[in-house]
Design a binder for this molecule. Sequence first.
Ligand code: NCD
Length: 301
Amino acid sequence: MKNLIEIKTLSKDDITGLIDLTSKVKANPSKYSDQSAFKDKLVFSMFSEPSTRTKLSFQLAAKRLGASVVDVSKVGSSSEKGESLRDMIKTIESLKAHVVIIRDKASGTAQYVARKTNLKVVNAGDGMNEHPTQALLDIFTIYQVFHNYTGLKIAIVGDILHSRVAHSNMFLHEKLGNKVILCGPPTLVPELYKDLFKNVEISYDFDSFLPKVDVVMMLRIQTERQSEVNFPSFREFARLYSLTKERMGLLKKDAIVMHPGPVNRDVEITAPALEDEHSVVLAQVGNGLFLRMAVLYSLLK
Ligand code: NCD
C-alpha cells in the first residue's frame, strides 16, 4: 500500500484485506510488535486540528510496531511563523521520514501532500472530506460483532453534510454492499446523497427505522465547520435526533450503537444510552489501535 487517503479510491479487496490483517493483529499483537525491520522507520504525525483518539492511537500504533514517531503540531512549529504546508512537508521529507499521518481542516490536504512529496501519506481526517481509518475501524468493530461485513443495514444520524466520518462510511458501505439510511435535519442531510450513492436512503423520522437496522452510528454536530445556523437550537436537535434510552428500546436485540467520539453528551446521545449494552463506543476506540497498526504495518513493510 502506498497511501491511505480516501475510502473512495480503495477497492473492496483493499478494505477486506485490511479487516483481515486487523483481525490477525488483534488476535496476536505481540507478533506484530517491535518489528526489527521497522527500527529505522520514521513516522511523522502532523495534526493541525484537535484530536485525542485518532492521534493517540496512531502514535501508539507506530510505537508498538517498533517505528520512531515524531509529532509536529502547528502550535510550536514554524507554521506559527507563517511557514507554508508545502515547506513543512518538504522539511519532513528531507529528514527521511517514511510515513506522514496528517489531519487538517482543509479538504484535500492529504491528497496534496501525497502529490507534492514521495512520502507515504495517511489521511487522519481532511476537513469535511474523509476520515478513512475511522470508517475502517468502524467496519472492523461491526465485523467483530456480526462476523460479517455485507448485507447489513446501517443508520447514520446527525450532521451528515459536514462529517468526514459519514462520507468515508458511505463510500465503504457502498463498496461492501450494505444499505445506509441517513437521518438528521434536512439542512444537514441534503437529498443529493441519494443521487451520489446507490445504497443510500434518507429519512427525517428517527423513530421510524430504528426497529429495522443492525447499526446506528451517531455523529457529533460539526460546529467548527458551520458558519451559519442549520437547525433551531441544540435542544430542538436533541428532541428530534438524540439517541435516548427510550429510542434505544425500539432497537433489535442484537443491534449496536456507535459513535466516533468526541461525544457531546445529551446532544446526539444521552449519557445512559452511551453506557447501554447496545453501545460499542469503547470497543471502537480499542479497535482503532489494532486497525492503525495494520495500516502502518502495510505501509512500512
Ligand atoms: C471524528 C473526526 O475528527 O472527524 N473524530 C475522531 O476522529 N474520532 C469525529 C468528530 O470529530 O466529530
